[in-house]
Design a protein around this ligand. Structure first.
Ligand SMILES: CCCCCC/C=C\CC(=O)SCCNC(=O)CCNC(=O)[C@H](O)C(C)(C)COP(=O)(O)OP(=O)(O)OC[C@H]1O[C@@H](n2cnc3c(N)ncnc32)[C@H](O)[C@@H]1OP(=O)(O)O
Length: 309
């Protein structure tokens, strides 16, 4: 636990949106984004990279990067995956040639199965703390990104997968009623933390969020459109192309004006986590390592396997 606290105290990179510091901050580079130590580490990498769990293709003509999640079997968010995600995102964030990000999956029928349950089962408190910090990091970076971010949801996207999509600016989903999306944590016997809840409230409103979270609802694609959890449904083979076409509308808005507006909407939620990261990590660790919660996770994993058999 002490190690977790020390790591949290050292934490410095997150919540990329800074416009409340004033428009000058937002305008100090062409696209309103600054540089950090990590950016120096990654800025020398090539525009197109194919790391093991995430593929990034940046088109320098359009300024759009497509980040393709390719971690079989279900793109679950393991510590390794989250680390790679954060590095890839940071690299794009610092690249002045990149204004927009499309997030999609290479796996048939699955966008992301959410947090890797095996990262939360039978692990030491230190490891759980490290994992949760990486989950926080993913959300802070994506929700606070200065880029235009569009989720091209070409498959099911429960729990952490839904959070990832919700953290984008716009969501386009494959028009397939078999695909489910939602924050279904209570079905696993676990509780979505306040920043998951606030991200959903900011998208679909308070009453819908309460129903969704208490009941752990997974919405089909048409249902998700109805409640505003996603913005658009298109045929599966058009999800990514629609996302890149949609970028044009967002790129037509001056970056600094859009970024300041995005910050106005999101900064209060981001600041709430930034000011309570350590206690959020401690809450997660003490909750997830409880015997009763470990038992719920085991039973849930077994039920997934039984369903398959
Ligand atoms: C203070 C406490 C705060 C806690 C807050 C926690 C916040 C977020 C929690 C989460 O994100 S928990 C994860 C929730 N995810 C789910 O409930 C999804 C579960 N998975 C599914 O529903 C299905 O797998 C799927 C994604 C719809 C895909 O179905 P499909 O039939 O195509 O594939 P399966 O046969 O079910 O799965 C293949 C393979 O993957 C394993 N697996 C599935 N999901 C996960 C996962 N999230 N983590 C780890 N492993 C996963 C599944 O068991 C299968 O394994 P094998 O049987 O092949 O070994």
């Amino acid at each position: 636990m002490a190690a977790v606290l020390r790591q949290s105290a050292k934490y410095s990179l997150s919540g990329r949106l800074t416009p409340f510091a004033g428009p000058v901050t937002a305008l100090h580079s062409r696209n309103g984004r600054g540089r950090t130590a990590l950016s120096c580490l990654v800025s020398n990498q090539r525009n197109s990279s194919s790391a093991s769990k995430i593929k990034v293709d940046l088109d320098s003509n359009t300024g759009i990067a497509v980040m393709t999640l390719q971690s079989p079997p279900v793109n679950s968010l393991s510590l390794d995956f989250l680390t790679e995600f954060a590095i890839s995102l940071e690299k794009l964030e610092m690249d002045r040639g990149c204004r927009g990000l499309v997030l999609t999956s290479a796996l048939p029928k699955i966008f992301s199965a959410g947090l890797d349950i095996m990262e939360m089962y039978g692990k030491s408190p230190e490891r759980c703390g490290e994992f949760w910090k990486a989950v926080q990091e993913m959300w802070l970076k994506l929700y606070g990104s200065n880029m235009v971010t569009i989720a091209a949801i070409n498959g099911s996207s429960p729990a952490g997968g839904c959070l990832m999509a919700l953290s984008c600016d716009y969501r386009i989903m494959a028009d397939n009623p078999r695909y489910g999306i939602g924050l279904n944590e209570t079905q696993l016997g676990i509780v979505a933390p306040f920043w998951f809840k606030d991200t959903l409230v900011n998208t679909v409103g308070s009453r819908t969020t309460e129903l969704a979270l208490q009941l752990g609802l997974l919405y089909s694609a048409p249902e998700a459109l109805k409640i505003g959890l996603v913005d658009q449904l298109v045929p599966e083979d058009k999800v990514v192309s629609t996302a890149t076409e949609t970028m044009a509308k967002w790129f037509a808005i001056p970056d600094h004006a859009r970024q300041i507006t995005k910050s106005m909407m999101r900064k209060p939620t981001i600041d709430k986590l930034l000011s309570s990261r350590e206690s959020d990590i401690n809450n997660f660790v003490s909750f997830i390592t409880k015997d009763s919660i470990q038992k719920s996770l085991r039973m849930y994993m077994e039920s997934l396997k039984k369903r398959k058999a």
